[in-house]
Design a protein around this ligand. Structure first.
Ligand SMILES: [Zn+2]
Length: 285
């Protein structure tokens, strides 16, 4: 390489660097799909209900996004919004649990991992609960259990059906046995709903695991799931280590669970609202 070529290459390199710098795009304008890796224009993704237009991957929704997609007439009125968790066991892991709660409230703008309220869907009154994974991984502690139970009580009073959207990493470890108790508490509440012959629709979003999947998420009169959602109690690695067998492909995903009778309907997000309305009408008649 001559000295002229060397300078030429150096100049070319600089230009490329410059161009790259100018093409630097702010992170919130484009989103990379977790599944297919394609860049998606954030506005297009939002317009498509946060589903990848290229591979149909369903992104996680916050409770606010879910509510906006569901109650398009703004009829949702939140109840028991003020309930917050306390560190009654004075539990500290790498951080004090009280501090963890405070930080989660600030970060998510929510008071706990479940938002509950009453609204109208297709003209029919419903009691709805939406879990939010952004609040401590959607973990179920005493507040999630209490809000769930109160939601069911409200539905019994109004004589309306209950719809709950689950997404959870499981029980909230920081509340120990009190978290585990919520599995029995929420199941008992649903038992009372059943006595009143009121329907309960459960929608499972990615991921629904641990204590939530082992209690109210799987107790729906109809269990619906979004495509490709991870649904299970323990993770696949733990199971593989325990049973010392290789797990089949697609294990613990919505479609696998439907094929094995654990989920009734795998429903794409764009059809979810109308499917729920259809089911509500079916149960009403
Ligand atoms: Zn994709």
């Amino acid at each position: 390489m001559s000295i002229h070529d060397w300078f030429k290459r150096k100049k070319l390199q600089k230009e490329t660097e410059y161009t790259r710098e100018r093409l630097d795009i702010p992170g919130d304008l484009w989103v990379k799909c977790y599944k297919c890796g394609q860049p998606i224009y954030a506005k297009d993704l939002a317009a498509n209900l946060k589903v990848c237009p290229k591979c149909n991957y369903h992104f996680k929704l916050t409770s606010a996004e879910r509510l906006a997609q569901l109650f398009t007439d703004n009829s949702f009125k939140e109840i028991n919004a003020g309930l917050t968790s306390r560190n009654f066991l004075e539990f500290t892991d790498t951080k004090d649990y009280s501090r963890r709660i405070e930080e989660s409230i600030l970060k998510s703008g929510l008071n706990d991992a479940l938002v509950t309220g009453l609204g109208k869907l297709g003209g029919l009154e419903v009691a709805a609960g939406i879990m939010d994974f952004s609040f401590m991984g959607g973990s179920m502690g005493s507040v999630v259990g209490e809000k769930f139970a109160r939601l069911v009580e409200a539905a019994r009073e109004k004589k309306c059906p209950v719809i709950v959207f689950s997404t959870s990493g499981g029980a909230r470890m920081q509340e120990s046995i009190m978290s585990l108790m919520q599995m029995a508490k929420t199941s008992a509440a649903l038992g009372r709903l059943r006595e009143n012959r009121l329907p309960y629709l459960s929608v499972l979003a990615d991921p629904t695991t641990g204590g939530v999947s082992a209690s109210f998420a799987m107790l729906g009169d109809v269990n619906l799931a979004e495509p490709g959602a991870l649904i299970g109690f323990a993770g696949p690695r733990v199971i593989e280590q325990t049973i010392r067998q290789k797990l089949p492909p697609g294990f613990q995903r919505s479609e696998f669970l439907r094929d094995h009778g654990m989920v009734d309907i795998v429903c794409e997000r764009r059809f979810l609202r109308e499917t729920l309305i259809k089911l509500l009408r079916f149960f009403k008649d």
